[in-house]
Design a protein around this ligand. Structure first.
Ligand code: AVJ
Length: 303
């Protein structure tokens, strides 16, 4: 089974790591939803404000009547704030969770009856097939939420090259990118007083238990999150309270007292730094929108 291989590789690596996608089972997605409403967690509400405030301006810059593609669309919540303004020829949400995606797309279609919606259940790694009549319509990729921050800059550049390939020479990208700021603000955002982020982090162990039959004891681990100023990223780890042995697949994995499992990077960029990264992927910075605190950015790039 591929996921046993994948998770096993991370647990046997030094330092150990777990892919952040394992945060998101049903309970984890619920916890993330709670995180987005926390006082300390500024990204979601700031991006939502920017989408609402600047929707018309974004549409003017990015162009109306495009084929709008959204990798990892999930609940299609944020695109709602842009759909009227962008008036796409077609909206194409792409996500690996097929049933969830199709439900969200059906709901969205009932609200936006004049916009054709073509959900695609896919991991966005392969090239997508659209109805032939859309072949000549310029493409616009929407990638909100600072999801790009989970990637290392190298991985982000690879993703952006894939976007560049997908949109072709006439296309564009609207992306949400979290910005570098006072480390105290960042540290608070990932160490909320109510402990929701801690529960979210620990839930990846419970999720992995369910998926693989492993016997991680979440109580034997502590949530650790901090801003690494050198590398401009939040790091989330699970720190083992004591030396323990976890049954995983056909092996016993030893985790030392104080040993950490890396669960997430969340990179923070400057506008210039992100524009430079995008430039290496053949994308040109055209416009950006930020809040008064300069906490978060929406950025538009063209091919
Ligand atoms: C969904 C990846 C944007 O990096 O802020 C929130 C995930 N992790 N709190 C982020 C997250 C801890 C979030 N992203």
């Amino acid at each position: 089974m591929a996921i046993l291989q994948e998770i096993g590789a991370g647990l046997n690596a030094r330092p150990k790591y777990i892919n952040p996608k394992y945060f998101y089972d049903e309970y984890g997605s619920q916890l993330f939803d709670e995180i987005t409403r926390l006082d300390e967690y500024y990204p979601t509400r700031t991006e939502t404000f920017l989408l609402e405030r600047f929707a018309d301006d974004i549409a003017r810059v990015a162009g109306r009547g495009r084929v709008l593609l959204e990798p990892g669309a999930g609940s299609c919540a944020k695109v709602r704030l842009l759909l009227r303004a962008l008036a796409p020829a077609c909206y194409v949400p792409i996500d690996i969770s097929r049933d969830y995606l199709f439900d969200a797309a059906r709901q969205l279609q009932s609200e936006f009856t004049d916009i054709p919606i073509h959900p695609i259940a896919d991991d966005m790694k392969s090239s997508i097939q659209l109805p032939a009549k859309l072949d000549r319509v310029p493409r616009l990729v929407f990638y909100p939420g600072s999801t790009i921050g989970n990637y290392t800059p190298e991985q982000a550049a690879e993703f952006l090259r894939h976007v560049r390939q997908t949109i072709g020479d006439e296309g564009g990208l609207i992306i949400g990118v979290d910005l570098q700021k006072d480390p105290d603000v960042l540290n608070r955002a990932y160490n909320d007083a109510a402990g929701i982020t801690a529960a979210f982090n620990l839930n990846s162990l419970t999720h992995i238990n369910t998926l693989t039959g492993a016997d991680f004891d979440p109580e034997g681990f502590r949530h650790v999150a901090f801003y690494n100023e050198q590398d401009c990223r939040i790091e989330m780890h699970l720190e083992s309270e004591s030396e323990q042995q976890v049954a995983f697949a056909d092996q016993l994995v030893t985790i030392g007292a104080g040993e950490r499992i890396l669960t997430e990077y969340s990179y923070k960029y400057t506008l210039e730094g992100f524009a430079q990264l995008a430039a290496t992927a053949g994308l040109t910075a055209k416009e950006h929108w930020i809040d008064d605190n300069s906490y978060f950015s929406l950025q538009y790039f063209s091919a």
